[in-house]
Design a protein around this ligand. Structure first.
Ligand code: AMP
Length: 219
């Protein structure tokens, strides 16, 4: 019985490697050096599939992968239907924030009850956040380079992930509100959890042990 793990390239892939190692699994190829989308591992019964970050929940939901690692931001946008989410892995940490041009008075716009134009990839999270605060917004869906929107007049504000803050700074933007902290979670297909119970449980337990050990080391 093969187990398929869905990962996205970059931060999630890199931060997942120590967790896989703790579970006794080594990925045999470097995704940055190879064009392959299916990577073998040191365990003949475990393979990794590389998909776009926003497609990881979809692969796991429909059984294209048994389990995966996805950012909380991606899961909130997806809705999480059909997914068992047993573990916050504490990796790929960042925050979802509101940012504006340094010369835009966000607090005044909110206070006056003005309609604020907000560009974001995270329309669901943004809608919920501004509705909770009672702020009127027009949302503009973008798929990337959100920092450009306030600079070109497309929007007053953006909702985007912030890690070091360097990207905002480099584009003359300032963070005016933190919506929520974000980290990546383990997600599991619910049917697979029944059919491949033992193998998946062992993997989840190993990830859990490695996550707890890392938390202890950090404290
Ligand atoms: P930074 O300049 O370190 O604040 O990083 C901000 C840029 O990296 C933005 O374009 C974000 O969309 C992206 N980013 C930051 N953290 C993450 C993360 N954990 N997952 C995915 N994208 C991220």
């Amino acid at each position: 019985m093969t187990i398929t793990l869905a990962l996205s390239k970059g931060r999630i892939f890199d931060d997942s490697m120590p967790l896989l190692k703790a579970a006794g699994i080594e990925v045999l190829e470097d995704p940055e050096q190879s064009r392959k989308l299916i990577l073998g591992t040191s365990r003949p019964d475990v393979r990794v599939v590389l998909v776009r970050a926003s497609d990881v929940p979809t692969y796991v939901q429909y059984g294209g992968a048994d389990l995966g690692v996805a950012g909380h931001d991606i899961l909130l946008e997806h809705g999480g239907q059909g997914l068992y989410q047993p573990l916050d892995l504490g990796i790929a940490r960042c925050r979802l924030s509101v940012a504006v041009r340094a010369d835009f008075d966000y607090a005044a716009a909110v206070k006056q009850g003005s309609r604020i134009r907000v560009a974001t990839k995270y329309t669901q999270c943004a809608r919920d956040h501004f509705a909770d605060k009672g702020v009127h917004v027009d949302l503009i869906k973008l798929y990337g380079s959100m920092e450009l929107a306030p600079l070109t007049g497309l929007a007053d504000a953006i909702v985007d992930l912030v890690s070091t803050g360097n990207t905002l700074k480099a584009n003359g933007l300032v963070e005016v509100e933190q919506i929520m902290p974000i980290s990546a979670r383990l997600i599991v297909n619910q049917a697979a959890l029944k059919l491949k119970r033992e193998a998946l449980r062992a993997l989840i337990d190993a990830f859990e042990g490695a996550t707890a050990a890392r938390t202890l080391r950090a404290s």
